[in-house]
Design a binder for this molecule. Sequence first.
Ligand code: C5P
Ligand code: MG
Length: 225
Amino acid sequence: MPPAIDAPKPAAGQLPAPAKSTPTFSPDRVTVLFVLGGPGAGKGTQCAKLVKEHGFTHLSAGDLLRAEQERPGSQFGDLIRRYIKDGLIVPMEVTVQLLENAMTDALRKTGSVTGRFLIDGFPRKMDQAHKFEEAVCPAKMVLFYDCSEEVMEKRLMERGKTSGRADDNAESIRKRFRTFVETSMPVVDYYEKEGKVIKVDATATPDSVYATTQKRLAERLGANF
Ligand code: C5P
Ligand code: MG
């Protein structure tokens, strides 16, 4: 049974942002690539390589949620913990605002008005996609890592030995797969229709998947992406 929804309440000046009609960042200055794929598809692994060799800024929605969950004084901690354990999608206002805050922080750190972001594990639900593109920044492309549940489950169970994550166990993994198929694949399908999806087979080794990733990105964004 899904956990009861506590409607997110704004933390003083932090979450959630007031409704607005124009995105905070212009796609002329800020490039956003969404990175999608089932749990254990290797999104984080590939993002780390792209950061190292191509200078993207990597923001993982799951990592930001876990950090918010642990932040002393966060009023969303318990809510996030329950949703993650059950493999459910956290109410989008929380995640969208965490991403916007992280993008603002990253740009402030570099002192630049331009930036290139890999937004990993997001959007996982259509409402997140619409809200982010309306309020934060329109996305340029979606990198989709395609992998069988059999392979992903093996990877997650292996990762669970050391990750310390409350959702890297057989029961949570089953729930996460279900959420992915029912709620997140429609997002991939939506962007596919928009012609924005770059699909990469994520079954092979990290280096081999990365080689394909680079090739596909070069085809779509130009050789010097
Ligand atoms: O991407 P990752 O596997 O780290 O996400 C862990 C969990 O965080 C998801 O199963 C989900 O409960 C939550 N999440 C979310 N919305 C996102 C990304 C993650 O609710 N866009
Ligand atoms: Mg991840």
